[in-house]
Write a new protein. Structure first.
Length: 153
């Protein structure tokens, strides 16, 4: 079942990630879909905070491809595949191995040669100004509950 949230600020988008974090465990993969500037990194900042990592440490890994955040209850690995054009480059990152040890959040998962079947899909759509529509679709093994400001489909 897909959960849909409407947020009206970057802080609210982060809060959506923070609300998801307690439901994640080592091996969880979060695939983040959305255009440039949609709020994917803001969502990951919220995930980090929900996992016990200082959200100020989180930055877009566009140029480094992969950021690792430790110090929370489980490690958070944040990958950004935007700059990669070759499936081999993606495979060389070793994302599957990282996912086993912590939570793996992947921006631009369209670049993955194959998407993990057990993943949470987050689609963030820019609805104008700072408003975002966030669709969260869990894998069959994850059950997500959210705040009362959501609607389920």
């Amino acid at each position: 079942m897909t959960t849909t949230l409407i947020t009206h600020s970057e802080a609210e988008t982060g809060a959506a990630g923070r609300a998801l974090a307690p439901r994640l465990s080592p091996g969880s993969v979060v695939l983040l879909f959305g255009d440039l500037g949609a709020g994917k990194t803001a969502f990951v900042r919220g995930l980090a905070e929900g996992l016990g990592v200082d959200p100020a440490e989180v930055s877009s890994p566009t140029f480094t491809l992969l950021q690792e955040y430790r110090g929370g209850r489980i490690p958070l690995f944040h990958a950004d595949l935007y700059r990669l054009n070759d499936a081999r480059e993606v495979e060389d990152l070793g994302l599957e191995e990282l996912a086993a040890d912590g939570v793996l959040a992947i921006e631009w998962p369209e670049k993955l040669p194959r998407r993990p079947s057990e993943s949470i899909r987050v689609r963030i759509e820019d609805a104008g100004d700072e408003t975002r529509t966030i669709h969260i679709t869990p894998s069959p093994t994850h059950h997500i509950t959210t705040s009362p400001t959501h609607s389920d489909r």
